[in-house]
Design a protein around this ligand. Structure first.
Ligand SMILES: [Zn+2]
Length: 83
């Protein structure tokens, strides 16, 4: 699996295979989670701390190159099981 696409966590900067990370994209001006959402994606590790850090550092908006509103409820996907 050495050729798995690598992505960078917007929180901690760690590079990891895409399937190990959570993907987000901008839907309108809101951040939404989803592997199949169209457009530019932004990734974080499956750790809440990375989501929080990306939020604090505006990592989502920076990677998406657009300002997105981040619904705090998105944090739930980090704590509800590991899908
Ligand atoms: Zn991370």
């Amino acid at each position: 699996m050495s050729d798995a696409p690598m992505r960078t966590c917007a929180g901690c900067g760690r590079k990891a295979p895409q399937h190990q990370l959570l993907r987000f994209a901008a839907v309108g001006a809101r951040l939404a989670a989803g592997r199949t959402l169209p457009g530019r994606g932004v990734y974080t590790c499956r750790r809440l701390v990375c989501f929080e850090r990306a939020q604090e550092r505006r990592g989502f908006s920076r990677v998406l190159r657009t300002t997105v509103v981040i619904d705090p409820a998105l944090a739930r996907i980090y704590t509800d099981g590991d899908g």
